[in-house]
Design a protein around this ligand. Structure first.
Ligand SMILES: [Zn+2]
Length: 158
């Protein structure tokens, strides 16, 4: 999220966090924005004193809300590549199985073993993903330009 996105989300009363849900971004009565670590209530400003540089990286800020739902993760490695045992019944009308009930027993494909699952609120990271795509495009272009230069060098050298 950009600084403007973060401020707009806080102003709109959304739950805004930095890095994980333990850090809460909020505004005080004087209109100053802070990042507070909930566990010990220690705070730093959202930006430097000039107010033009974030104390944190744009892609580390996100919004959560109950309406966004949640995702399931392995408690050991955090992976979402997990499965649960379930009872399935055959639906003759749809010609496919339907899940009747889901059991607690779970398996993590990343750990390749039994797993305990934890719920995490879905996070919204704002427009940062698009910014990252632009950066990736620039990186690819730079790599191609570099390869072209090397190609020219070898051609001239031979
Ligand atoms: Zn795992």
């Amino acid at each position: 999220m950009t600084l403007d996105e973060i401020k707009a989300a806080v102003d709109a009363g959304k739950s805004v966090h930095w890095f994980n849900e333990g850090y809460i971004v909020h505004k005080d009565d004087l209109g100053q924005y802070f990042i507070t670590f909930a566990q010990n209530a220690s705070s730093i400003g959202l930006t430097n004193q000039a107010g033009n540089r974030l104390n944190g990286k744009e892609h580390e800020f996100f919004v959560t809300s109950d309406t966004l739902g949640h995702s399931l993760h392995c408690s050991e490695c955090g992976s979402e590549d997990v499965m649960q045992d379930a009872w399935a019944v055959w639906n003759a009308e749809l010609q496919m199985h339907e899940v009747l009930s889901v059991m607690d027993h779970a398996y993590c494909n990343t750990c390749d073993g039994e797993a305990k699952l934890i719920k995490r609120k879905i996070r919204q990271y704002g427009g940062t993903a698009q910014i990252d795509q632009v950066a990736e495009g620039e990186r690819v272009a730079a790599a191609k330009a570099h390869q072209a230069t090397i190609g020219t060098y070898f051609t001239e050298g031979m």
